[in-house]
Write a protein that binds this ligand. Structure first.
Ligand SMILES: Cc1cc2nc3c(=O)[nH]c(=O)nc-3n(C[C@H](O)[C@H](O)[C@H](O)COP(=O)(O)OP(=O)(O)OC[C@H]3O[C@@H](n4cnc5c(N)ncnc54)[C@H](O)[C@@H]3O)c2cc1C
Length: 393
């Protein structure tokens, strides 16, 4: 007999877990707090470590229909636009790692996962279900939402993001995530509304003092997604606190006069949304990911600064690893399967969290550290930008 698994949260991680677990033969209830399943507009980079896993879930064709496959990663100086380093992506990455480097609109990646989950008889999708209670009784886990609604399963996966409720049942002394002092501004623009000189089929990153910006193609290459991450005093925790005008004004203030190389692209964006960047210290052990019949994945377990562009990717890696460990096991074996999952995942997640933090320090460095960084990028180029430890994993 297979198990019944509850998944709290229908974001990229939760839906991916539902698809992967259902493919393994488990029945899954996905419980999402929002009135509709959805994602906010922004891009997402998917390295070969994660496209390989999405392909293993049978999503290759659906992904190919919406993703862009960038030609190269180009790193520039934000002050004068000079190229510091270049790494070919496209076929070079595909040959080296056996899977492509893709860029997608988050809404479209989420849509691919949602449509796949929707078509799976073993998956039940429920909205308007904000989980506020988690109770373990013997060999079952129950979760409750408003209106005295309750769901019971053999196990629970907390994929409920940065402000996870489920996390409290795994990490007893959990403190809230901490703001890093950085704000992320995101914008999307159709390429045909941009001057030709600002269009690009590459991932381009500009490094400046206390700021960096990354642009890449999405929607099959028809749109560009731009994210700017800067040290900023603004501390809104909810994007809805930000209106477009104050968001754009805060970005221009954070940029100062240091970023003339990337300014034309920033000024060409029609609208911005801003997020306060929060994170937690790296996962310290398997018991920070699993407690008996409750497992965490994605941002609920290991939120990270976005400098390595791997947060959603680690959520997807978690989801596939969880389903691999659970396989077609029955209810009685779920705690052992979850324990194997935590053992398999915690060190990689911790390493990626730590590397993302190191990249934050490096990307926004100044003085001699910045000079050394730029010199190393010029000399080592692709050898410094490539990440076999990450992409082969
Ligand atoms: C600026 C920026 C750029 C980024 N770029 C990249 C990138 O290029 N590549 C990449 O891999 N990652 C990137 N990330 C990271 C990525 O966005 C996150 O790591 C990822 O979205 C986490 O997915 P998740 O499913 O774990 O959580 P979430 O996406 O937060 O989903 C959680 C879901 O749970 C629901 N929920 C919450 N609480 C409850 C509850 N109590 N009951 C029921 N449902 C609940 C929420 O409504 C939501 O649907 C970036 C992040 C930022 C800020």
């Amino acid at each position: 007999m297979s198990a019944h698994v509850l998944v709290a949260g229908g974001g990229i991680g939760g839906l991916c877990a539902a698809v992967a677990l259902a493919r393994a033969g488990q029945s899954v209830d996905v419980l999402e707090q929002a009135p509709r399943f959805g994602e906010i507009g922004a891009g997402i980079q998917l390295g070969p470590n994660v496209t390989r896993r999405l392909n293993s879930l049978g999503l290759h064709d659906a992904l190919a229909g919406v993703a862009a496959r960038p030609d190269a990663l180009v790193v520039r100086n934000a002050a004068d636009n000079a190229v510091l380093a270049r790494m070919p992506l496209g076929d070079v990455i595909l040959r080296k790692y056996g899977a492509p480097f893709l860029c997608v609109h988050r809404v479209e990646l989420h849509g691919v996962l949602l449509a796949t989950a929707h078509d799976m008889p073993l998956v039940t999708l429920t909205t308007d279900a904000r989980i506020s209670r988690v109770v373990t009784r013997g060999e079952s886990v129950s979760v409750g939402a408003s209106g005295a609604r309750e769901w019971r399963g053999d196990g629970l996966v907390g994929a409920d993001g940065l402000w996870s409720i489920v996390r409290e049942r795994v990490v007893a002394s959990t403190l809230p995530p901490r703001p890093t002092g950085h704000t992320a501004w995101r914008a999307l623009v159709p390429c045909d509304s941009l001057p030709v000189r600002l269009r690009s089929a590459d991932v381009q990153a500009w490094l400046g003092g206390q700021l960096h910006a990354v642009v890449y193609p999405v929607r099959g290459g028809d749109w560009l997604s731009l994210v700017v991450i800067a040290e900023s005093e603004m501390t809104a925790t909810d994007p809805s606190d930000w209106d477009q005008d104050s968001s754009a004004a805060a970005l221009l203030h954070a940029m100062g006069n240091r970023c003339d190389g990337v300014r034309p692209l920033i000024e060409a964006m029609p609208a911005w949304r801003a997020w306060t960047v929060n994170s937690r210290p790296p996962v310290a052990g398997p018991d920070e990911m699993v407690n008996e019949r409750i497992a965490l994945l994605g941002d609920a377990a290991h939120p990270m600064v976005p400098h390595l562009a791997q947060g959603a990717s680690m959520a997807i890696e978690d989801a596939v690893a969880l389903a691999d460990c659970v396989g077609d096991c029955g209810p009685g074996s779920l705690p052992d399967a979850f324990a194997r999952y935590a053992a398999a995942r915690w060190q990689r997640n911790a390493r990626v969290q730590a590397q993302a933090k190191r990249d934050e320090d490096l990307f926004h460095s100044s003085g001699t550290m910045r000079l050394a960084r730029d010199a190393a990028l010029r000399v080592l180029g692709a050898r410094l930008l490539d990440a076999p430890w990450l992409y082969e994993g």
